[in-house]
Ligand binder design. Structure first.
Ligand code: SAH
Length: 243
């Protein structure tokens, strides 16, 4: 079955990202915040999934909902055998072109996580799915597919946005309406995900949560840092699939 046809995709979301595809690598554009948060996200991934040496060199890594490849390229530069997937064709075209222009080797495909899990189960040492779950209709289904994609004993790193009055105030009111850091309509408050919900969906899919860490972002300073005790807005979760 083609799961994409079966429907775990919001076509308005994909269209919104396609319309912005030319801006993925514009450091002053709509995607700038993703560039600013990328270094601490990478540190987290390397620390959690890189073993004692914090190195993902040589690992087969999948980036689900990769967009223009901001994270995928960083994974490849860290020595991973990196693949990025997304359902927005225009973003995958931009990702391929940017990697070629930068001399970076990464594979990019237009395919959903569910379909890739049918084609290539248990193929990846590490699967990353950052800032994507809050854009899909059924995040539990995406998480289930990711659990099938990762090898036994492998790692998964998710990131998303918590759902509470503070995240509404910062992500919707401040970021979209006042400061216009991201385009209006980028985020839907109802689709934000509490850490307890992500924990439950991960466990239901057979993954074992290992850690949750907050990611604080200061748009004025354009800086971001990991903060273990502040899960109020953006946060990352590391899970492992039992061996
Ligand atoms: N993960 C990237 C991009 C986040 S933006 C980063 O953090 O830098 C969210 C991305 O999810 C967009 O590229 C969008 O096209 C993609 N997306 C949304 N719904 C999707 C779906 N159902 N399947 C695959 N990708 C999806």
């Amino acid at each position: 079955m083609n799961h994409t046809e079966a429907g775990n995709v919001d076509h308005d979301e994909i269209s919104r990202f396609e319309a912005l595809a030319a801006r993925w690598w514009d450091l002053g554009g709509e995607m700038a915040a993703l560039h600013h948060i990328n270094p601490p996200r990478m540190r987290y991934i390397q620390q959690r999934a890189g073993g004692p040496t914090a190195s993902i060199k040589g690992k087969r890594v999948l980036d689900v909902g990769c967009g223009g490849g901001i994270l995928t390229e960083a994974l490849a530069l860290a020595g991973a055998d990196a693949t990025g997937i997304d359902l927005a064709d225009a973003s995958i075209i931009v990702a391929r072109q940017h990697a070629a222009d930068s001399g970076i080797t990464a594979r990019y495909e237009v395919i959903g996580a569910e379909d890739l899990a049918d084609d290539a189960p248990e193929s990846f040492d590490l699967v990353c799915c950052l800032e994507m779950l809050e854009h899909v209709p059924d995040p539990a289904q995406t998480i289930e597919a990711i659990a099938r994609l990762v090898k036994p004993g492998g790692d998964v790193v998710f990131s998303t946005i918590n759902r509470n009055p503070k995240s509404y105030a910062l992500m919707i009111v401040a970021a979209e309406m006042v400061a216009k850091i991201v385009p209006r309509g980028t985020h839907d408050y109802a689709k934000f995900i509490r850490p307890s919900e992500l924990d439950r969906w991960a466990r239901d899919a057979g993954l074992v949560p290992q850690d949750v860490t907050g990611l604080r972002y200061n748009p004025l300073l354009k800086s971001a840092s990991l903060n273990a005790s502040d899960l109020d807005v953006n946060y990352l979760m590391h899970c492992r699939k039992p061996a």
